[in-house]
Design a protein around this ligand. Structure first.
Ligand SMILES: [Zn+2]
Length: 239
């Protein structure tokens, strides 16, 4: 087998390396490309890992092709086909390249924050109200690059929502939703577009702050506001 790296790869049995890397090595060295293996064999090889099937799915993100009966009808339940090896995860050079591809430089980060007006590009919350992340539009797993065109400023809440999408929405998909808005909403949307951000109301900013506070603090704040609101409703002086 042709290995470009000079350092010999570790053994799959080496418990000092991560389970995902060990799994890749096990597939390559024990199962072999093109062969079928069973769930029982997988569990026998990694008895200590309760998550081994999940790790197997994680390998797909690194272009490892592992099929089940869902993708290949000839397989029986509990059988997997190791169709094709992907990235050599045990190779330090591959790891370094992946990390580099995944993290934009400080300069690029600053450029993106500046461009997005130091506010979440999705919901409009500003830096100060929430910590902002510079996130990928198309994930590096799907070939997205760490350059400004593929980066976006997001608050933590929006980052979670956006990360799950493998692809950005298509233009027609967005347009069909746009034409479905009322005339008033279309005018408002156009104003936000001209501004290149969505103005966020004070209540939304406070809500976001509240949601990012620890549970104990949230409970205290909820009680304080409940007291203040009920005191006011009874015509007393608010707290
Ligand atoms: Zn947001």
């Amino acid at each position: 087998m042709a290995e470009r790296n000079a350092v010999p790869p570790p053994e799959w049995t080496d418990e000092k390396i991560g389970i995902k890397v060990r799994l890749a090595l096990w597939l390559r060295d024990v199962v072999g490309e093109g062969n079928v293996f069973t769930k029982a064999q997988l569990r026998e090889a990694f008895p200590e890992s309760a998550q081994v099937e999940r790790r197997l799915r994680d390998l797909r993100e690194h272009e490892w092709e592992i099929e089940t009966k869902l993708t290949r009808v000839s397989l029986k339940p509990g059988e997997f086909l190791f169709a094709h090896a992907g990235e050599p995860l045990w190779d330090p050079a591959t790891r370094a390249a992946r990390v580099a591809r995944r993290s934009p430089s400080t300069r690029v980060r600053r450029e993106v924050l500046e461009r997005d007006g130091q506010a979440c590009a999705r919901c409009g919350l500003r830096a100060g109200a929430v910590p902002l992340d510079v996130a990928f539009v198309v994930s590096p797993v799907h070939g997205g690059a760490a350059d400004p065109d593929n980066l976006i400023t997001l608050c933590p809440t929006c980052n979670v929502a956006v990360k799950r999408a493998a692809r950005p929405p298509g233009e027609e998909e967005v347009w069909s939703r746009m034409v479905g808005l009322s005339e008033g909403e279309q005018s408002r949307l156009l104003a936000w577009m001209a501004l290149d951000r969505r103005p966020v109301s004070a209540i939304e900013e406070v809500w976001q702050l509240y949601r990012t506070a620890p549970i104990s603090q949230r409970n205290a704040l909820k009680e304080r506001l409940a007291l203040a609101v009920s005191a006011r409703d009874e015509g007393n002086e608010p707290l």
